[in-house]
Structures are given as C-alpha cells and as structure tokens.
Write a protein of this length. Structure first.
Length: 80
C-alpha cells in the first residue's frame, strides 16, 4: 500500500496541469465501475447489503462530484 501511495504521488506530480481534466474523467470512470460492482454485490445477506450500500453511496458521491468538478474545469477553457 505504501508503494502504491508513493507511485500515485510521483505520477500525479509529473502530470501537466492541462491533463488533469482527462485524468479526473478516468478516475470517474473507475468509480463508475466500482458502482456497478457494488450494485451486483447486493444480495440477501445483511452484511453484504450494508457493504454494497456503503460502496454505492461513496462511489455515487465520487462519480457525481467528479463530473461536476470536471465540468467546472472544462468551462474555464471556454473562450469568452
């Protein structure tokens, strides 16, 4: 886990600021995959249902919030 944190920080710090918007969109897509997986995990078992609900909640917040931020970032590039 420590290695993945280090690699993530190194990669993000080397990405030019103009590429942060596509990177953010890619992260939103990954959260969307987690959202679909959580929906598929929902079952009769109470523990799995609670975990699936938490995953659905947090992935939804991440996806929708990420798209709002991405939209705001893209609107900064529009000519006035």
């Amino acid at each position: 886990m420590l290695l993945s944190i280090f690699l993530g920080l190194e990669l993000i710090s080397k990405v030019p600021s103009t590429l942060h918007t596509p990177l953010m969109s890619g992260a939103n897509a990954i959260s969307g995959i987690a959202l679909v997986g959580a929906l598929m995990l929902s079952s009769e078992d109470q523990t799995q249902s609670i975990l699936a609900f938490g995953a659905i909640l947090f992935a939804s917040i991440n996806v929708f919030g990420g798209y709002l931020v991405t939209n705001r970032m893209l609107s900064m590039f529009k000519k006035k």
